[in-house]
Design a binder for this molecule. Structure first.
Ligand SMILES: N[C@@H](CCC[C@H](N)C(=O)O)C(=O)O
Length: 279
């Protein structure tokens, strides 16, 4: 079987995009996705994203497999890449500058901006413990700045769902965090029944946060869009940042806003095509 693909990245968070508009079922299995994502024996990527037909009045659907083959509900950098990929697939027949995308986290709306970036209406954050999900607090309450013991240390964490689970902790210096050791301990901690993404945040000033991330199912990545959104929400909930801020990631910057008017999150950042191929 031959699969055609296009490689994209959003701030170094890289994905293999597959034109799956012919069917609602992904053309490849999670096992093949693992092999494609392998950086030594495959193409190399943090995940595989499928552009599927729309459902329930949407233009298209998105599904994604992480590099470990698990399926997350949403991917922020990935949906910007998907919007750019769809523009490429539609070519001159493209009729509008935004798409309504059906995801496992609900309908998400990426819009292409005049300066070549993609601005995404990411929907509203979910804050109840049962929505994240985490068992660190009773289901109907929020997890804001609660202590959690990991690696002989007490971390104060805030939990936010952007459709997928995030655990955020504020630190003095992100560069000093041993991500490859501590990240897996957060991801697999029993208080996170569906595992978790973990963001370590240094507040440079109220409109500038520095972030490093350990992603569920992918490990250390250069950027995480849903993680940047969740981190801004956590910063606001802890009175550490403004409702609009630049999130500085190892791969570059994202602009995130938690709008006062509609309580929705807006993320703006790039999506870059790398190459195309057949496997
Ligand atoms: N990198 C993504 C998030 C991808 C999914 C994540 N690993 C999960 O399992 O939830 C982003 O940009 O949001």
């Amino acid at each position: 079987m031959t699969i055609e693909f296009t490689k994209y990245h959003g701030l170094g968070n890289d994905f293999i995009l597959i034109d799956n508009r012919c069917a609602l079922t992904p053309l490849i299995t999670p096992e093949i996705a693992i092999r494609m994502c392998d950086r030594h024996f495959g193409i190399g990527a943090d995940g595989v994203i499928f552009a599927l037909p729309g459902q329930k009045g949407t233009d298209y659907s998105m599904r994604i497999f992480n590099s470990d083959g698990s399926e997350p509900e949403m991917c922020g950098n990935g949906i910007r890449c998907l919007a750019a990929f769809l523009t490429e697939l539609e070519g001159i027949s493209r009729s509008k500058d935004y798409y309504l995308i059906h995801t496992l986290a609900g309908v998400i709306r990426p819009q292409l901006t005049d300066d070549g970036q993609v601005r995404v209406d990411m929907g509203s954050p979910r804050l109840l413990a049962q929505e994240v999900p985490t068992t660190l607090a009773p289901g109907e309450s929020k997890v804001i700045n609660l202590p959690l013991e990991i690696g002989n240390q007490t971390w104060h964490i805030t939990c936010v769902s952007m459709g997928n689970p995030h655990c955020i902790t504020f630190v003095e210096d992100v560069a000093s965090i041993p991500l490859e050791i501590i990240g897996p301990q957060f991801e697999h901690h029993p208080v996170f029944p569906q595992r978790t993404n973990t963001e370590f945040i240094q507040v440079v000033n109220p409109s500038h946060l520095k972030m490093r991330v350990w992603e569920r199912g992918a490990g250390i990545t250069l950027a995480c869009g849903t993680g940047a959104c969740a981190s801004l929400v956590a910063g606001v909930l802890n009175n550490l940042c403004d409702r609009m801020a630049i999130i500085e990631l190892p791969g570059g910057n994202l602009e995130i806003e938690w709008a006062e008017t509609d309580q929705r999150i807006y993320m703006t950042g790039p999506a870059e095509r790398v190459f195309t191929g057949k496997m």
